[in-house]
Design a protein around this ligand. Structure first.
Ligand SMILES: [Zn+2]
Length: 464
């Protein structure tokens, strides 16, 4: 049974969708003022592993917003004298390109805040009508003193609440639990604005999450996910503005992923350790290794993201690729063996139990390497049969459908006529006992990133 840690209660809780059939999941998407950084992608990679795990058990309806109205976006668009959508379009496109490189599946519904203005206006009207919102100047604020459980998610000491104090900024610190703005009157002529019955303005930050989630998924979601840095104010405010309107719990389960550190330090542009996916790809690391490293530590633990960690991740992927190459090219006898059937079954059980245990990805990866180790021994002893190979490959396909880290068969078995010719020239030199020439060709192949192995079935080559 799947268990996940609920931030609301702090406890590890069994999870099933409310209707037993479809998981209704909401993710706070990117604020598209810039390229997403690698810390953002840690959260999205974990959401992706969770969505894939959900899909192995139930149907899934997954909604994500794109925050395209926010102080930073408005400021940057104004600096460039362009419309906010013109400013955000390339960053939104880049986010989905980067996500695709990391094999992050797309949520079923993705919508921009600017597509949900009528729904947000309706939500503000509801909150004005029931007394949870009030007007001050030409803006509308949420009255946190009217919502007794404000701060429950973040374990905020209610004595810290600044009753009657107001905050206009989209992002603010934990030290300022003030009444937050739901609808902002324009500060100057350049700000984008929309007409509403309660005055011209623009929505407050993440009002769209409540409006969009409730419209697409119903008033109580099964699960809402995000990074720990989203808990306050973003998620507290989402809970307050949703539950004050509906009097129902906004989400049954809140899940939060931990931060990552870069080489042991907090990532910051000022420290020069701030990386987007593009920065790391330019340094020559593969998206596959980056994904592997991001999911190699359980989501609730802090991950220390290092360049040597990326190299180790690449090494782990190479081990998987080497094993699959060996397995797929081995000459095997017909049939199956009970020992191998048992090995696959043990690995599968350990893998599923790991993911069910609060998405323990290190345990799931451990199951993959246990199987590789045992199968390599079985291959040495010629104990693996055709049927076993099929069962192992089928299980690796299942692992890939969950973790998306297994190299594709075409990649494992990649052929190349030019390389084949070089391998043949090297073998011919060996047959002629011209070992100097054989070594020279082998080194040339190595420089091209090709490793060759002499096996009982002849010489095999693979990419490093
Ligand atoms: Zn949100």
């Amino acid at each position: 049974m799947l268990k996940l840690t609920n931030t609301l209660t702090g406890a590890l809780e069994p999870f099933t969708p409310a209707d037993g059939v479809t998981v209704r999941m909401y993710t706070c998407g990117p604020t598209v003022h810039d390229f997403a950084h690698i810390g953002n992608f840690r959260t999205y990679v974990f959401e992706d592993v969770l969505r894939r795990h959900f899909k192995s058990k139930w149907n899934l309806s997954h909604v994500m917003n794109i925050t395209d109205i926010d102080d930073k976006i408005m400021r940057k668009a104004a600096e460039r004298k362009i419309d906010i959508r013109e400013y955000t379009a390339p960053f939104t496109a880049a986010f989905f390109e980067d996500s695709a490189r990391l094999r992050i599946e797309k949520p079923d519904v993705i919508t921009a805040a600017t597509d949900y203005i009528p729904e947000m206006i309706a939500l503000v009207e509801r909150l004005l009508a029931n007394g949870h919102a009030y007007r001050e100047g030409n803006s509308i604020y949420f009255r946190i003193s009217s919502f007794p459980s404000y701060g429950r998610l973040s374990r905020l000491d209610r004595r810290e609440l600044k009753v009657g104090a107001r905050i206009d900024a989209d992002e603010y610190e934990k030290e300022q639990p003030n009444d937050f703005v739901l609808w902002k009157g324009p500060k100057d002529d350049t700000e984008p604005r929309w007409e509403a019955p309660f005055g011209t303005g623009r929505p407050g930050w993440h009002l769209e999450c409540s409006a969009m989630a409730m419209k697409q998924l119903g008033e109580t979601l099964d699960i809402h996910w995000g990074g720990v840095d989203n808990i306050l104010p973003q998620h507290e405010n989402e809970i307050a503005q949703s539950e004050a309107a509906t009097s129902k719990p906004f989400a049954r389960l809140w899940v939060h992923g931990e931060h990552l550190l870069i080489e042991g330090e907090k990532m910051a542009k000022s420290k020069g350790n701030f990386f987007t996916l593009r920065d790391l790809l330019e340094k020559g690391y593969s998206a596959q290794a980056i994904r592997y490293l991001l999911l190699s530590v359980q989501y609730r633990k802090q991950l220390n993201f290092t360049m040597s960690g990326l190299e180790q991740a690449q090494h782990s992927l190479d081990r998987i690729r080497e094993f699959l190459f060996r397995l797929q090219t081995a000459r095997l006898q017909e049939g199956t063996t009970p020992e191998l059937t048992q090995l696959v079954s043990t690995a599968r059980t350990k893998f599923e139990a790991g993911l069910d245990d609060d998405l323990n990805t290190p345990q799931a990866l451990g199951a993959v390497f246990d199987l590789i180790r045992a199968c390599n021994i079985a291959l040495d002893r010629e104990q693996v049969r055709e049927g076993d190979r099929a069962a192992i490959l089928a299980w690796f396909a299942e692992v890939d459908s969950r973790l998306a880290i297994i190299p594709a068969t075409e990649e494992v078995l990649a052929r190349d006529d030019e390389i084949d010719a070089l391998v043949e020239r090297r073998n011919a030199a060996r047959r002629n006992r011209d070992f100097a020439e054989a070594d020279r060709v082998r080194n040339e192949l190595f420089d091209r990133g090709i490793v060759i192995e002499d096996t009982r079935e002849g010489t095999k080559w693979r990419r490093k």
